[in-house]
Ligand binder design. Structure first.
Ligand SMILES: [Cu+2]
Length: 158
């Protein structure tokens, strides 16, 4: 075998491998983007964002506060919390666990989105040693288009 044909074979192999590399890149599931509005000084907001990232979500942050975006997305103020997010066309208010966001995106209910009103200790981003590992009971509420709610999930209930 002379030098020319070896080079040519190498080139052929490299060319043959290219489509497979492209395919592997395409089949890797794209990460779902959660866009978040929060106050720049909100520590527990940042901890919730980290929870989402740990659970495989991509995040985009707007350090503009969240009151205006909450109102715009249709979450009633009395169901509000410290940050507001938008994912897959749904509003997500407060310390909602990532698994409930995945369930929301899977079940696609006719709704505005989810909220965990207030900031219950034991919810993602409000948990861990900093809170003495306390886990208070709380509900994740589904907010319907008429502003009413139903319990989507309950956590830390006896
Ligand atoms: Cu918070």
């Amino acid at each position: 075998m002379n030098r020319t044909s070896t080079t040519r074979r190498g080139l052929l192999l490299a060319t043959a491998a290219l489509p497979f590399a492209a395919l592997a890149q395409k089949t890797a599931a794209p990460r779902v983007l959660v866009e978040v509005w929060k106050d720049p000084n909100c520590g527990c907001c940042g901890d919730w964002v980290k929870h989402l990232q740990d659970q495989g979500f991509a995040t985009r942050l707007n350090d503009t506060g969240n009151n205006a975006m909450r109102a715009k997305l249709g979450i009633p103020a009395n169901l509000g919390s410290c940050h507001t997010a938008l994912v897959g066309g749904y509003a997500v208010e407060g310390h909602v666990p990532a698994r409930e966001i995945r369930r929301l995106l899977r079940e696609k209910p006719q709704a505005v989105g989810l909220t965990v009103p207030g900031m219950p200790v034991g919810s993602p981003g409000m948990d861990g040693p900093a809170y003495g590992n306390r886990r208070d009971p709380y509900d994740v509420l589904l907010v319907l288009k008429d502003g009413s709610t139903r319990v989507f999930a309950s956590y830390n209930k006896a």
